[in-house]
Ligand binder design. Structure first.
Ligand code: ADP
Ligand code: MG
Length: 321
C-alpha cells in the first residue's frame, strides 16, 4: 500500500472508538474484539453499474453500503456493533472520499457501529462492508422458522425505492415533495434495526426485502418449506407512490421492485396483538399481507382471485450480470 493510501485511511476512516469491546481497531494486521454470546456476521458488496448508478453521490454510496448490511442484521434480530470496509476506488479523489466517509459515518453513528478495519485498493468502484453484531439466544430470527398458517407481515411501505430509482433514471428535475420522497427512499433507505430487535422473540421467521417482496418472501418460504398467499390490496403503498403512479404500477413496484429494506416476517396468529404493540411502540407501521400455506410457491390474490405474476423481482444472473 502506498503512503497515499495510509494517509487516506488515517484522515478519513480512523476515528476514536469508545466501545470497550474493541480491544484493537484500525492500524494493525487485524482487529480484535471481546465477545460473549452469539455473534452475527453479514457482508454485502456494491458494484458500480450493477448495484447503483454511476451518478450516485459519494455520501449516498457511503450511507448505502452500510445500510444494506444493517438491514441484513435487522432481519436476524441482531444488534449491529462493528464493521470493516473494503473500498476499491478508481482514483484517490479527496473530495469524493470525504463525502463517502461522511455518508458512512452518519449512519454508523446513528446505529452505534464502530469501523474497526478494512482495505483500500485501486480498481473499478466497489464497496464491501462486513458488519458484525451480537444477538441473544432465542431472540434471533432466521428464514427457516415459519410454519404453515403463520401470518405474513411487512413493515413500512413497499415499492417506493424502486419507483425512486426509476425516477432517478429518468433524470427529470421534478422538485415535488412526492418525487423527492421516493428518490430519497432509494438514496437513503432506513434499515429496520430497532424493529428487528423488537420482533426477535415474536416472529417465527424474517427476511429483509432487498430484491423485491415476491423474491424475498419466496426465499423465506423455500427455507421454511412452505408456500404463501398474499393479497395485493393489503400491500402497504405510500401516499407519495400513489400520487405519482397508477395503482397497478404501484403494486408492481411493491411486489417486484427491490431496495425497500423493509422487513418481511411471519408469526403465529397467537402473536398478532404482541406484534402490533411492539411496532406501535416504535411508531412503525406494520401490515398483515397474507398467510403461509402448504403448497410451495408464492401466490398473489386480487379481490380474492389468484393471478399470475410474471416478474419475480431482481435476480442477478438471470439478467446477464
Ligand atoms: P494489510 O496490508 O495488513 O492488509 P492494510 O495496509 O491494508 O493492512 O491496512 C492497514 C490498516 O488499515 C489495517 O488495520 C486495516 O484494517 C485498516 N484499513 C485499511 N483500509 C481501510 C478502510 N478503508 N477503512 C478502515 N480501515 C482500513
Ligand atoms: Mg490490506
Amino acid at each position: 500500500m502506498s503512503q497515499d493510501e495510509f494517509q487516506i485511511i488515517d484522515r478519513y476512516f480512523t476515528r476514536p472508538i469508545e466501545d470497550q469491546d474493541v480491544l484493537l481497531g484500525i492500524g494493525d494486521d487485524a482487529a480484535v474484539l471481546q465477545v460473549n454470546g452469539p455473534v452475527v456476521i453479514t457482508t454485502d458488496t456494491l458494484v458500480e453499474e450493477v448495484h447503483f448508478p454511476d451518478t450516485l453521490s459519494g455520501d449516498a454510496l457511503g450511507y448505502r453500503a452500510l445500510a444494506v448490511n444493517l438491514s441484513d442484521l435487522a432481519a436476524m434480530g441482531a444488534e449491529p456493533r462493528w464493521c470493516t470496509l473494503a473500498l476499491t476506488l478508481p482514483s484517490a479523489d479527496d473530495i469524493w472520499i470525504e463525502k463517502f466517509a461522511e455518508g458512512f459515518f452518519n449512519l454508523a453513528d446513528r446505529y452505534g457501529v464502530s469501523l474497526i478495519g478494512g482495505d483500500l485498493v485501486r480498481g473499478p468502484l466497489t464497496v464491501t462492508v462486513q458488519l458484525v453484531g451480537t444477538g441473544q439466544t432465542g431472540h434471533l430470527m432466521t428464514r427457516s422458522g415459519a410454519q404453515v398458517g403463520d401470518n405474513i407481515y411487512v413493515t413500512g411501505s413497499l415499492g417506493d425505492s424502486a419507483a425512486g430509482l426509476a425516477l432517478l433514471g429518468e433524470g427529470k428535475n421534478d422538485a415535488s415533495a412526492a418525487h423527492q420522497a421516493l428518490k430519497n427512499r432509494f438514496l437513503r433507505p432506513s434499515p429496520r434495526v430497532a424493529e428487528g430487535l423488537a420482533l426477535g422473540g415474536l416472529a417465527s421467521a424474517a427476511i429483509d426485502i432487498s430484491d423485491g417482496l415476491l423474491a424475498d418472501l419466496g426465499h423465506l418460504c423455500d427455507s421454511s418449506r412452505c408456500g404463501a398467499v398474499i393479497d395485493v390490496e393489503q400491500l402497504p403503498l405510500s401516499a407519495e407512490l400513489l400520487a405519482l403512479f397508477r395503482l397497478e404500477a404501484a403494486q408492481t413496484f411493491a411486489l417486484s421492485g427491490g431496495d425497500d429494506y423493509e422487513l418481511c416476517f411471519t408469526a403465529s396468529p397467537a402473536q398478532a396483538r404482541a406484534i402490533e404493540q411492539a411496532l406501535e411502540l416504535l411508531e412503525t407501521k406494520v401490515h398483515l399481507i397474507g398467510q403461509l400455506t402448504e403448497e410451495p410457491g408464492v401466490v398473489c390474490r386480487r379481490a380474492g382471485e389468484p393471478f399470475r405474476t410474471t416478474s419475480r423481482g431482481y435476480a442477478h444472473f438471470e439478467h446477464g450480470h
